[in-house]
Design a protein around this ligand. Structure first.
Ligand SMILES: [Zn+2]
Length: 237
């Protein structure tokens, strides 16, 4: 293998690692977002159930006030009974008392109903709280792991970038320029091996005689994709 090809191969290995690391680095924020969304979903559920419980409790308080008012009203009606002069007034007042007492019964059933509702809402809220806490814990662990991974990838990336620039310095500037131009155009395997007797880059058949020369150490430039085709450890006829 020619010297410059060996150097380009080293460079290409570095670039492949750099590409992979960058792709991994790009995937991390999206993964973090998923965990955060999961936590937010649980948080929203918890808030909804908490608001529901609060509204039930407000309703209960109002019912108790209503009941107290009604009890006061009944007592007031009863105290006024003695002072009433006519039968009509008396009968009317009795009717009002009976109505107010009936209202008390209705309020009592509503209070009881609200108590059951409260019990149920407390249980639902408790479950949502536990689920939320579990989700927060889970997400925190995962996010911490992702943060560590991010740091690790970043440090590996800067190490590889240093080696890459060291290798690049040893490559002939013209060859380097061509290599980089080719990669910038989306060509990921500027140096490639022979695969089943074809160019590893674009799978174009290579004449058998040329394949023999490649195996003998000669560099072949693929007329179709422009790759340097060399004999690699995994090359095959
Ligand atoms: Zn090719």
């Amino acid at each position: 293998m020619e010297e410059f090809i060996a150097r380009l191969l080293d460079l290409q290995d570095c670039d492949r690692d750099i590409d992979r690391l960058r792709a991994d680095l790009r995937s991390i924020p999206a993964e973090m977002k998923i965990h955060r969304k999961d936590t937010e979903g649980h948080e929203a559920k918890f808030t909804l159930f908490r608001d529901n419980l609060e509204s039930i409790r407000r309703k209960q308080k109002k019912l108790i006030v209503d009941r107290q008012d009604n009890v006061t009203r009944v007592a007031d009606y009863k105290s006024r009974l003695i002072s009433l002069k006519s039968n009509t007034e008396y009968t009317a007042m009795l009717k009002q008392i009976s109505h107010a007492e009936k209202m008390n019964g209705q309020i009592d059933s509503k209070i009881l109903e609200a108590m059951y509702e409260e019990d149920e809402a407390v249980q639902v809220l408790d479950r949502a709280l536990k689920e939320r806490d579990r989700a927060v814990k889970r997400s925190t662990i995962r996010e911490d792991k992702l943060k560590n991974k991010l740091e690790e990838l970043q440090s590996r990336l800067s190490q590889i970038e240093i080696s890459r620039s060291e290798i690049a310095e040893k490559v002939d500037p013209k060859r380097l320029k061509l290599y980089e131009k080719s990669r910038a155009a989306g060509h990921r395997e500027v140096v490639t091996g022979v695969k089943d007797g074809s160019c590893g880059g674009c799978l174009t058949k290579i004449p058998p005689q040329k394949t023999g020369e490649i195996k003998g150490g000669k560099t072949y430039i693929c007329p179709l994709c422009g790759s340097y085709v060399v004999w690699t450890s995994d090359s095959t006829y």
